[in-house]
Design a protein around this ligand. Structure first.
Ligand code: UD1
Ligand code: UDP
Length: 353
């Protein structure tokens, strides 16, 4: 579309999406041919789960904030659908850009497809093959609805092809890698976190745990907390506690002996903590890869992972396996920090923007 008038609406709502969108929005602004309107669904709303990322990553203030966090899946997704449809009708975007696998992703895509607005999905094709995960349902449906599928890995390309999808599929690399390179430039040489969290020069593991599949089943949740307590007997553990996890620990009267629990940290502190750690223990999609980006071995507290290359390269293992496998190698799939600019170039060509 000539004259730089191509209008894209970007949907974000949860912590990982602010980080992913920051890289792409920067590339969109640099390209200049697009008008980008940012919508925050409000799925995450605490300062340390939302605003801090806007400040640190210099993301523009959303044009709309639907303030639709909390509630069950149906209620949250339904309210988002209604709110987004009204904005799409008013703004008349030429395309909608969605990220990852949250309820905000699915609502953004579903509201768009019903109005015949083309959708581009960043982080397409990931599969755990575990349909009990809300994220798996959100991914499968969002991929089905999307015209452009931006895949981070060769495995994600294969997954889409196995599902019979053929067009609009592009291996662009991982926008989280782009974001990590940006963070590493910012934190270079910084040791502030070591004083702030009273770490000194003691080796430590950095931990996060928040997946519904892990926290919402009380038996499984307790097993995972026991696993952490066992690990804490041999090393210091710093645990950044997601609000879902804190609430469920509180509701279940659960505690963790020997583990240093801290509030969620900002993006630059997160990278400093990962950088200085000797081990990562997590169920987060993003943190598994970030451990690799800092070349820190990772134990994933899940029974499967979508990021299979982290396992194949020897840097990651599931908590159900006793050891890492093979020599530690390099992962080339995630690209060279240019995933966001590739996405923008492909959109430019595809939409004739
Ligand atoms: C969501 C995503 C998950 C992603 C995660 C990233 C879905 C289905 N899940 O999970 O894929 O990995 O975000 O962090 O979309 N809460 C607060 N303050 C906040 C945000 C949440 O207190 O700022 C509490 C609320 O009690 C809320 C609960 O956490 O009900 C869960 O939040 P929700 O957004 O539903 O799911 P997440 O576990 O954050
Ligand atoms: N993160 C952060 N502070 C924290 C924990 C995580 O900045 O205390 C960042 C980290 O970069 C991670 C991203 O938030 O990759 C998203 O993490 P989360 O685990 O919430 O979501 P997931 O990747 O599992 O969907």
């Amino acid at each position: 579309m000539p004259n730089g008038t191509f209008k894209i609406i970007t949907i974000v709502g949860a912590r990982p999406q602010f980080i992913k969108a920051a890289s792409v929005s920067r590339a969109i602004a640099a390209k200049g041919n697009f008008e980008e309107i940012l919508i925050h669904t409000g799925q995450h709303y605490d300062d340390n789960m939302s605003d801090i990322f806007f400040r640190e990553l210099e993301i523009k203030t959303p044009a709309y904030n639907l303030a639709m966090g909390g509630g069950g899946h149906g209620q949250m997704t339904g309210r988002m659908l209604e709110g987004l449809e009204a904005i799409y009708l008013k703004e008349k975007p030429d395309a909608v850009l969605v990220y990852g696998d949250t309820n905000s992703t699915l609502a953004g895509a579903l509201a768009a497809v019903k109005l015949h607005i083309p959708i581009a999905h960043v982080e397409a094709g990931l599969r755990s093959f575990n349909r009990k995960m809300p994220e798996e349902i959100n991914r499968i449906l969002s991929d089905q609805l999307s015209e452009l599928l931006f895949c981070p890995t060769s495995e994600s390309i294969k997954n889409l092809k196995d599902e019979g999808m053929r067009s609009g599929i592009h291996h662009v690399g991982d926008v989280m890698h782009d974001a990590t390179l940006h963070a590493i430039r910012k934190i270079q040489g910084s040791t502030e976190v070591l004083e702030k969290y009273d770490i000194g020069d003691v080796p430590y593991a950095f931990c996060t745990l928040h997946r519904a599949e892990n926290t919402d089943d009380p038996g499984r949740f307790k097993s995972l907390l026991s696993f952490l307590e066992e690990e804490a007997k041999t090393r210091k553990i710093i645990f950044s506690v997601h609000p879902r996890t804190r609430k469920l620990m509180h509701a279940g009267g659960l505690s963790l002996t020997g583990v240093q629990m801290i509030d969620p940290v900002g993006y630059f502190e997160l990278h400093s903590l990962l950088h200085h750690s000797t081990l990562v223990i997590t169920d987060s999609g993003g943190v598994q890869k970030e451990a690799y980006f800092h070349r820190t071995p990772c134990i994933t507290m899940r029974d499967e992972t979508e990021w299979v290359e982290t396992i194949h390269s020897g840097w990651n293992r599931l908590w159900t396996t006793p050891d890492w496998t093979g020599d530690r190698g390099r992962i080339t799939d995630y690209g060279n920090g240019d995933a966001a600019s590739k996405i923008v170039e492909i959109m430019h060509t595809h939409f004739n923007a």
